[in-house]
Design a protein around this ligand. Structure first.
Ligand code: SAH
Length: 348
């Protein structure tokens, strides 16, 4: 295994077979060695910095019916909401005064957010502030829509591929296709966005070979950002009785991703912090370098429940930021609030 880890560190690549072998045979000591190597690489490219992104959950109304997701269309128990343009702008103003310079708009696939409405929000913010980045995480849209939003000033787009296991993808995403997901990622890349993709860990039925394939997919896509996290069951979904992913596996995969894509922006996700109180700090030590604290209005946070038990639900943005900053400093890392683009990206 040491041989494979050294090869991965040296060449930033392994074949699918080698990745599967590595995932299936890592002893605890090997895994510590892997994490050390990933830490060296994150240090080389980004030092000890952790970039902050302010997350604004703009709507939990969604036409999709993803089996794992708490805001899926068929969940009749979900208490639906949608932020108005003014509310979104207000969240950004508050975030800006707290020091945030990246705002991430995430939400369900809510047709209310037309190109016109999003353009108006993006243009307003970009004219008010010259030093911010805007990230969208609003699911699949047409190429023309992606293009318009990029021209309006959006800088980044997060769209996890969720899993490259086509059979499982089709089962878990009614009326959606992996092919279209991949097509969206290619469009986003060719338009010029900083693109983020990623997958869920611990979805029922996944095997090691699937993660090996997810990793090869990411390596070939060369995204600027990668978001991975454990699947956590939500009580009002068909997967409510499933087991979910572990922090241990998530952290191992974070380390491998850091070595495969040395300059990638890699969040330690809220889902990881939810299943392990020290999960995000462990993630930073394994190569993660981004955190996305919540800037959504307090009364909406409980409603944006993708999974059970989300951390920091009750904390005000300022209080949450302080707590997270302290945790990061204590773990030996440096919180950074600048827009923090991927080092190989320039706007087209
Ligand atoms: N509609 C947008 C945003 C989805 S929410 C889109 O399609 O991209 C962002 C991410 O949350 C999803 O990509 C998914 O990977 C993750 N997620 C959804 N349900 C989850 C669950 N039960 N456990 C962990 N992560 C989940």
């Amino acid at each position: 295994m040491r041989y494979l880890i050294d090869k991965l560190s040296r060449e930033n690549n392994l074949s699918q077979e080698e990745l599967e072998l590595l995932l299936g045979n890592l002893s605890c000591e090997d895994r510590d060695y892997l994490i050390e190597k990933a830490y060296e690489v994150r240090k080389k490219h980004y030092g000890d910095t952790v970039f902050f992104r302010g997350l604004i959950e703009i709507s939990n109304i969604c036409k999709c019916d993803c089996f794992y997701c708490g805001i899926r269309a068929s969940n009749k128990k979900a208490n639906r909401y949608r932020l108005s343009q003014d509310e979104i702008l207000e969240c950004c103003h508050r975030g800006y005064s707290l020091g945030y310079r990246t705002f991430v708009f995430q939400g369900g696939e809510d047709s209310y957010f037309s190109d016109e409405i999003l353009e108006s929000i993006i243009k307003t913010l970009k004219s008010e502030y010259s030093d911010i980045a805007i990230t969208l995480s609003l699911g699949e849209r047409g190429e023309e829509s992606f293009e318009r939003l990029y021209r309006a000033g959006a800088d980044r787009y997060l769209l996890r591929h969720e899993t490259v296991n086509e059979e499982l993808y089709t089962k878990l995403h009614p009326k959606m296709s992996l092919e279209n997901r991949k097509k969206c990622l290619e469009s986003l890349k060719s338009i010029g966005y900083q693109v983020g993709s990623g997958f869920l860990i611990g979805l029922p039925g996944l095997k090691l070979v699937d993660y090996a394939k997810d990793l090869v997919f990411l390596k070939n896509l060369r995204p600027h950002m990668v978001g991975i996290g454990p699947f956590i069951p939500h009580e009002d979904t068909p997967l409510k009785d499933e087991k979910g992913g572990t922090a241990y596996d998530t952290i191992t995969l974070l380390a491998i991703i850091r070595l495969l894509l040395p300059d990638v922006l890699l969040p330690a996700t809220t889902a990881l912090g939810t299943i392990d109180p020290k999960g995000r700090e462990k993630g930073f030590k394994a190569g993660a370098n981004v955190i996305m604290p919540n800037l959504s209005p307090m009364e909406c946070r409980k409603k944006y429940a993708l999974y059970n038990g989300k951390v920091f639900l009750g904390k005000e943005s300022a209080e949450e930021k302080l707590k997270i900053e302290n945790g990061i400093l204590e773990a030996g890392f440096q919180p950074i609030l600048t827009r923090g683009d991927n080092i190989r990206w320039k706007r087209k």
